[in-house]
Every structure is written in C-alpha cells, then in structure tokens.
Write a protein that binds this ligand. Structure first.
Ligand SMILES: Cc1cc2nc3c(=O)[nH]c(=O)nc-3n(C[C@H](O)[C@H](O)[C@H](O)COP(=O)(O)O)c2cc1C
Length: 192
C-alpha cells in the first residue's frame, strides 16, 4: 500500500467465505495495490473473532485500519479514509435483501446503501443456497440493486447457489470479484 493507493471497503456478512478474508485482503493489496478497510456485520464479526486464528486483530494488522461492525457514536471522527470502491462479499440472503430494501440496521449495509446515492462503485457477490434463492424476494433484491448501479455477480459469470445443507460453497469467486472491482472503478473517485 502507498499513500496514493485507492481505498477499497471490503464488507462481509456471515457466510462461510468470510473465513477467506485474510487471503482476499492480501490479493487486493498485492495485485491491485488497494488500501483495504474491512467492515463486517455483527454476526460476521463474531464468526471472525471466534474462527480465524488471529481474529479481528489479525485483519486489523493486515490492513492497518480498525475493523468496523458498528456505527460510530455521534461526534466521533471517521476512522477510515473515503472509499473509492466497495466490495460486499460474501453477501448473505439477509444482508442482500436488507440492502435492496433500504433497511440499514447493520453498519456495512448502511454504508453500502449510502454508496448508491454517493455514486461509489460497488460490487457484491451473494452467498446463498438454492433454497434461499427460491424465496421470491431474492430475485427482486438482485434486480433492485442492479437497477441502482450495483454490480451483482450472481448467476452466469458469478456465484451459483449450492444445494441447501451441502455445507460451504466450493469455489467462491473471489478472483472474479476483484476483477469486477477493477472494472467498475475505472478512473472515478468517490467519498466514504
Ligand atoms: C454455518 C452457517 C453457515 C451459513 N451460511 C449462510 C450462507 O451461505 N448464506 C446465507 O445467506 N446465510 C448463511 N447462514 C445464515 C446467516 O449467518 C444468518 O442469516 C445471519 O443472520 C446473517 O446475518 P448478516 O447478514 O447480518 O451477517 C449461515 C449460518 C451458519 C450458522
């Protein structure tokens, strides 16, 4: 990372690919020189704290930024630089639907919802099983986010649902996600 690096907000919710975040941070920093800030839903933060070797501290050490999972208190400063792009992955059924519906009780969903209005380039990769996607809200949420300019890597060329109860999805498309981020940023810069 250099002082001129562009900043990627890497947001994740509570689905198994959240345990890949250490590797994904290094991919983003190494391949594309991103300055990465990690945001998690409260449930994802509990998973990382419990399930990754160095927990939240490990992700903070890798990125050099606090990991955030809660809104700041009024009057407190922003602890992250403004975002040039956002990658929300993995996006659970809950977080994706909340985002599409504008229900912002979780910090990362709130920032992602505001990003639409701020024209911050945003990519998301759902992580949902085949049973969740049969709920009719799922397709509506994907369509809604796409209509508002979010790149949703779902279906052909993105995430394909695994059968319900089959455990961790294989081959979560992190490489495609980072390529898509590169594609959406182009020369634009946003604010966070
Ligand atoms: C082991 C395990 C695996 C899960 N995998 C998924 C998943 O792949 N996709 C999903 O939408 N929810 C999955 N869930 C359920 C979510 O963790 C749960 O809905 C949670 O409330 C999501 O909250 P969040 O969106 O705020 O992170 C899983 C739960 C457990 C315990």
């Amino acid at each position: 990372m250099t002082s001129s690096s562009r900043t990627l907000y890497l947001f994740a919710s509570a689905a198994p690919p959240v345990f890949d975040l250490g590797r994904v941070i290094e991919m983003a920093q190494g391949d594309d020189g991103w300055n990465v800030c990690v945001g998690l839903t409260p449930t994802a933060a509990r998973w990382v704290a419990d399930g990754l070797d160095d927990g939240l501290d490990g992700l903070e050490a890798l990125t050099g930024h606090p990991v955030r999972s809660e809104y700041k208190l009024p009057g407190r400063p922003d602890v992250w630089p403004p975002a040039d792009a956002i990658l929300f992955a993995p996006a659970t059924f809950n977080s994706l639907n909340s985002w599409a519906l504008g229900l912002t009780s979780s910090f990362v969903v709130g920032v992602a919802a505001e990003a639409i209005g701020k024209n911050i380039p945003t990519v998301t990769v759902p992580c949902v099983n085949a049973a969740y996607v049969r709920h009719r809200q799922f397709d509506r949420s994907v369509a809604e986010l796409r209509e508002q300019g979010v790149v949703v890597l779902y279906g052909e060329g993105g995430f394909t649902p695994n059968p319900a109860g089959s455990g961790e999805p294989k081959g979560y498309p992190w490489g495609l996600a980072l390529e898509a981020v590169k594609g959406v940023v182009g020369g634009s810069r946003g604010g966070g």
